[in-house]
Design a protein around this ligand. Structure first.
Ligand code: MF3
Ligand code: CO
Length: 250
């Protein structure tokens, strides 16, 4: 079942979204050579708590941290730890915050120091694929119209989209229906209606689309060892352009 939010619920989602986006920005600013991923996790935890919110990811299905930090060939769900970020790394940060009964969910990939031109292009194409996708996030269009646009843009730029993980409805639960794939033919899936809140989150691989699940039970890497990037915002379907509830990362 897809839930439509009332005006009051939308206000609460804006609040959750603002905190979530600020947590992402904080994490992104900390991405520098010599910083450990655990330090970023700690800072994000403290920030979210200082706002009166709860980190959505902490203990979610047993996940042990407040943020997912996925470096280079790690696509998503990297667990923060003692890894020291190096010049040239690309670092995907994914974070959720829960307050007032609602979740925000967002992600972005950040450059650690100076990175290769191709890695920067991967980050830029991934971010832009989100904006291409949400051109179709309009009342009356269908869920698969979003992913279709994401896939077209990514593949036109020579990269590939991950199939095994998808975007999702987000609200009282972090993961609600519908699923929001980043690929596929247009014109399928539920019709978009004003009041729907969804997380659109392209995961883009520089090489092949295939993934590899790590033995830690969480980290997902590219099968070919090439780099991957991620970009996500929580959005609200309106009568016009979608509203970004997690203010977009630069
Ligand atoms: N942020 C992920 C998503 O966008 C969910 C991460 S769940 C966690 O759907 F447990 F890994 F944190
Ligand atoms: Co998400």
């Amino acid at each position: 079942m897809i839930t439509l939010r009332s005006a009051r619920e939308i206000e609460l989602m804006r609040r959750a979204g603002k905190i979530t986006a600020a947590a992402r920005a904080l994490a992104g600013e900390m991405v520098k050579p010599g910083v450990t991923t655990r330090e970023i996790d700690k800072a994000v935890y403290q920030f979210i708590k200082s706002q009166g919110a709860e980190p959505s990811f902490l203990n979610y299905n047993g996940y042990p941290a407040s943020v997912c930090i996925s470096v280079n060939d790690e696509i998503i769900h990297g667990i923060p730890g003692k890894r020291v970020l190096q010049e040239g790394d690309i670092v995907s940060v994914d974070v959720g915050a829960y307050i007032g009964g609602f979740h925000g969910d967002c992600a972005a990939t950040y450059a650690c120091g100076s990175i290769s031109e191709e890695a920067q292009r991967l980050i830029d194409v991934t971010r832009q694929s989100f904006f291409e996708g949400i051109k179709n996030a309009r009342e009356g269009m269908r869920i698969s119209d979003i992913g279709h646009a994401v896939q077209e843009y990514v593949e036109a730029n020579g990269f590939s989209v991950v199939r095994e993980y998808v975007g999702h409805g987000v609200g009282r639960q972090m993961h609600e229906s519908p699923e929001v794939p980043n690929y596929g033919a247009p014109g399928h899936g539920p019709k978009l209606l004003r009041g729907m809140t969804i997380a659109v989150e392209p995961m883009v691989n520089m090489g092949a689309a295939a993934i590899r699940q790590m033995p830690d039970g969480w980290t997902v890497k590219t099968a070919d060892g090439k780099y991957a990037a991620h970009y996500e915002n929580t959005i609200l379907i309106t009568s016009g352009e979608p509203e970004l509830l997690t203010v977009p990362a630069p």
